[in-house]
Ligand binder design. Structure first.
Ligand code: NZQ
Ligand code: ZN
Length: 392
């Protein structure tokens, strides 16, 4: 077994009516003045925001609100949140929403703990994060896994650059997860979420390092669970068991349990972030659009790994590794298609892109061909361009 560090400190309260615990948890984790952050209005329409604020009031917690977080959350609003948190003297940031809201809350928590520094300099790697206010989460969508992850992704709307940072200071103190809160999701957000959850494990599964058998078993079990319950959720979004399984998979898939002891790849995420940064496309859709092309570009590096994936996750019975590997890629794409998710760039709302845009995306992803991306295969600007071209 390879060495690893596992740090998953988030207290999870899972199940029906879990949001009733919001006040108790905020208080437990040090909140007396809480900045509540939310998105474009779904939590107002559902009554969840009201409910959460009532729970804060019951505990005598003072709060202010910052709404309006957009999907692919913008740096500008996070900066505004930092100002608000500092002037209110917030001691806990509470996200009520999905990955975009949570990531904004994480950015505000980092910025408010170090108000002399512009937050983008943390995202650009110019300054290391050394502290953050505590963050709590009331989750409304199973997707990004930000409720337990060490990551936060922002888009700089002035430059069109979408970037994430990974630090344990990003780990939320608590996450409230009631699957019923996800019943109101638009179908497209549900399916973007299913893809994203699967990708967080796939991006850890295909790496150059073997070993840690339990990690493989957990990863394969998670993917099988997503295939079974993803299909059920797609049929009926009010299927409590299906929505529960997906919600729990969302956290486990991105808290690093499915990748212990080996490097992460995350090339498809990088390629997807460039598309979202330039065109404001939903995250999950960018992943299904590029994964198959990435897989075909790299699978010969370790055909047996792809064959194992096919056999254990998709039940493929081909004896020959090459055939099993190719079939596994096809099966994965077929599953994305069954959810009406795009499997190429042309199927995204932006349509087929001209060559110069693909070059631009590849150049930006690799910082002008100065860095190599990924782990399963190290990818330079030309490789990235070839993958985009195959995915176009
Ligand atoms: O803004 P509102 O009105 O709330 O509507 C949202 C939004 O339009 C809606 N929604 C969420 N819950 C709902 C709901 N609508 C009805 N009922 C509900 N219960 O869904 C839309 C999408 O929300 P968003 O938060 O953007 O979704 P998601 O959780 O997929 O987050 C995506 C963002 O997270 C980043 C992505 O890049 C993207 O920016 N990621 C963050 C990660 C992390 N921090 O660990 C990892 C991921 O790989 C990902 O990069
Ligand atoms: Zn993701």
């Amino acid at each position: 077994m390879k060495n690893f560090v596992q740090y998953a400190p988030t207290e999870i309260v899972f199940g029906e009516d879990a949001e009733n615990e919001a006040g108790r948890l905020a208080k437990k984790w040090g909140g007396s003045k809480v900045l509540v952050i939310y998105g474009g209005g779904s939590v107002k329409r559902s009554g969840l925001l009201n409910k959460v604020e009532e729970e804060l009031e019951k505990e005598g917690i003072d709060y202010e609100e910052l709404g309006g977080v957009q999907p692919n959350p913008r740096l500008g609003l996070a900066r505004e949140g930092v100002k608000k948190a500092v002037s209110f003297q917030a001691d806990l940031i509470l996200a009520v929403g999905g990955g975009s809201v949570i990531d904004t809350a994480k950015a505000v928590a980092i910025g408010a703990a170090d108000p002399g520094t512009d937050i983008w300099s943390f995202w650009m790697g110019e300054k290391a994060v050394t502290k953050a206010l505590p963050v709590g989460v009331i989750l409304t969508i199973s997707a990004a896994g930000s409720e337990t992850s060490d990551s936060a992704v922002l888009t700089n709307e002035e430059t069109g650059k979408k970037a994430g940072i990974n630090t344990d200071f990003n780990r939320p103190k608590f996450a409230v997860m009631n699957p019923k809160l996800t019943y109101t999701l638009p179908k497209y957000q549900l399916t973007c979420g299913i893809v994203d959850i699967m990708m967080h494990t796939l991006e850890r599964y295909f790496t150059p390092v073997d070993g840690n058998a339990l990690t493989d078993e957990i990863a394969e079990g998670l993917l099988r669970t997503m295939i079974t319950y993803g299909a059920k959720a797609y049929e009926d979004q009010t299927d409590y068991d299906a929505m529960s399984e997906i919600m729990w998979c969302g956290s486990v898939s991105h808290n690093n349990l499915t990748g212990l002891g080996r490097p992460k790849d995350f090339l498809c995420h990088k390629l997807g972030h460039e598309i979202s940064g330039m065109f404001d496309v939903a995250h999950g859709a960018t992943l299904s659009a590029v994964w198959g092309s990435w897989a075909r570009y790299v699978y010969r590096i370790d055909v047996s790994r792809f064959a194992r994936y096919g056999r254990r996750v998709w039940g493929i019975e081909e004896e020959e590794d090459e055939a099993a590997a190719v079939k596994a890629i096809e099966k994965t794409e077929d599953f994305f298609r069954s959810l009406h998710m795009p499997v190429c760039i042309g199927e995204l709302e932006i349509g087929v892109q001209p060559d110069e845009i693909l070059r631009k995306l590849a150049d930006s992803a690799t910082k002008g061909n100065t860095i190599l991306l990924g782990a399963f295969k190290k990818i330079n600007a030309q490789d990235a361009y070839e993958i985009y071209k195959a995915a176009n």
